[in-house]
Ligand binder design. Structure first.
Ligand code: FCB
Length: 477
């Protein structure tokens, strides 16, 4: 891409969508208590994903986990395989008890498509029954489920036919969504179609670090567009086939995506770094927000994609915007990279165990910025890898404060889901990073769950919202 082209693309984003500055909290008057600021019915919960916790899955990831790169490096750190993971498939009641212990009133979890439809056109009703039972269990305990239909993993038969590189995947995931909506609609009102289409594009199709392991910038952009088309179709299916208002709040379905947003800052004052930070921001952050307003997929990257496509049912397909927020990146232009830039963390910053910048101001900035889209917002993920567990309490407190701060300034934020309820299988990083509020002992046959210090912090936040953490009894765990 030429410099002039890149400059043209990024110019708009540089001037039109700056992140509002984050005032330092200590310089401001203290915030009123959260309960006075956040809307009633605010959801305070935790999040997981099927492949990361269930165990026993057979999908494109379980295949990928066994492999290595041409230089012999394993696809997954330490050659970990997801295997039994947290065994949540067999320990769901215990996980619900953990949510009760936290005082959570919501749980974001995902369904495993490969379990429900292991072969093309074959539906596993026993699996569907089990998920239905889980939803009932959650509701009976006063925990509202937020259900993600697809959190990265694909059935093998979908992957074998190209996965998101194949337009037919849109049809297949639409049909799957219809069946799920019919089956679970009476128990679920809050739906999340896809998790982080932008992250899947980047890691699976551009950086080649996740299945299908491709490094093709052009294909990546088409994969992003395809996921957006799929979302629109899935949202329509959910509205058509889930007509039961499970909790009587007047909404049978509320549909959104979980969108991974990051703060991108130019690494230097060089015009190219500024241009590429703006470009990355537009493509990674802004595009998935704009599609709901315009109903169009507009991606223009010279030599890679020139899409301007009206998509039926896309406009207004979000009832809410789900934000997954973790970190901030410095951006350096690098036209040899399929993503056209390199990202890194500035020296001296506090980082989590994976080296991600800990930047709570970014959550406030993101909320202020995306609050302008006029949609209610849920923080669908936020958390940190912290093996010792001693820094998570501060992380949780500061990020929750960013939520209260933004709400105090008028942002319509309706929920916060901490990533994660449990330590789990962190994709290419394997089991080493520990994101759980509860630590999991992978060497014990029952995958013992032990509270980390942040459980007390979460409980404090829950009490502050009038929720009631329950002591765990032995038989529940
Ligand atoms: C997000 C993913 C989630 C988890 C966290 C740490 O990008 O949605 O599955 O891996 O990162």
């Amino acid at each position: 891409m030429s410099l002039i082209h890149a400059a043209k693309i990024a110019l708009g984003s540089l001037v039109s969508e700056p992140h509002p500055p984050a005032p330092s909290r200590s310089a401001l008057a203290p915030l009123p208590p959260a309960q006075q600021v956040l809307p009633s019915g605010f959801l305070l919960g935790a999040a997981t994903a099927s492949h990361q916790v269930e165990g026993g899955n057979d999908n494109d990831w379980s295949e990928w986990e066994k492999g290595s790169y041409p230089d012999g490096k394993p696809h997954i750190k330490h050659q970990d395989v997801s295997g039994v993971a947290c065994d949540s498939w067999n320990r769901f009641a215990g996980d619900v008890a953990l949510l009760r212990e936290l005082g959570a009133n919501a749980y974001r979890l995902s369904l495993e498509w490969s379990r429900l439809e292991p072969e093309e056109g074959t539906w596993n009703e026993a699996v569907a029954d089990r998920y239905l039972e889980w939803m009932r269990m959650l509701r009976a305990q006063g925990i509202q489920p937020m259900v993600t239909l697809n959190h990265f993993t694909l059935p093998r038969w979908v992957a074998a036919q190209g996965g998101w590189a194949n337009e037919k995947t849109v049809e297949w995931i639409t049909a799957y969504t219809r069946r799920v909506a019919r089956k679970l609609g009476a128990e679920v009102d809050l739906w999340c179609t896809l998790n982080e289409p932008n992250v899947l594009m980047a890691f699976g199709y551009m950086k080649g670090e996740w299945p299908p392991g491709l490094s093709d910038g052009k294909l990546g952009l088409h994969v992003l567009a395809r996921q957006i088309r799929a979302h629109a179709r899935m949202a329509r299916e959910l509205r058509e086939h889930d007509t039961v208002d499970a909790d009587g709040d007047g909404h049978a379905t509320r549909v959104g995506i979980a969108h991974h947003v990051r703060i991108f800052q130019p690494a230097t004052r060089s015009p190219m770094d500024r241009v590429m930070a703006g470009f990355t921001d537009r493509l990674f952050n802004q595009l998935l927000v704009d599609v709901n307003r315009t109903g169009r997929i507009q991606i223009s990257v010279p030599g890679m994609a020139d899409l301007d496509e009206a998509v039926p049912d896309l406009k207004g397909s979000y009832d809410y915007l789900g934000l997954n927020y973790y970190s901030r990146d410095m951006v350096r232009a690098d036209f040899k990279s399929p993503t056209l830039s390199r990202q890194y963390v500035a020296e001296g910053r506090p980082v989590n165990d994976l080296g991600w910048d800990i930047y709570p101001e970014g959550l406030y900035q993101a909320l202020k910025r995306y609050g302008r889209a006029g949609l209610p917002i849920y923080i669908t993920e936020n958390g940190m890898a912290d093996g010792k567990g001693d820094r998570r309490p501060g992380f949780l407190r500061e990020h929750f404060e960013a939520v209260v701060h933004a709400a105090h300034e008028g942002v319509d934020v309706r929920g916060y889901f901490h990533w994660s309820l449990l330590d789990n299988f962190e994709w290419a990083e394997g089991f080493e990073p520990r994101f759980g509020l509860f630590q999991v002992d992978y060497s014990s046959p029952d995958r013992t769950r032990t509270p980390t210090p942040a459980v007390a912090t979460f409980q404090e936040l829950a009490r502050g919202l009038g929720l009631d953490p329950q002591a765990r009894t032995d038989d529940a765990a």
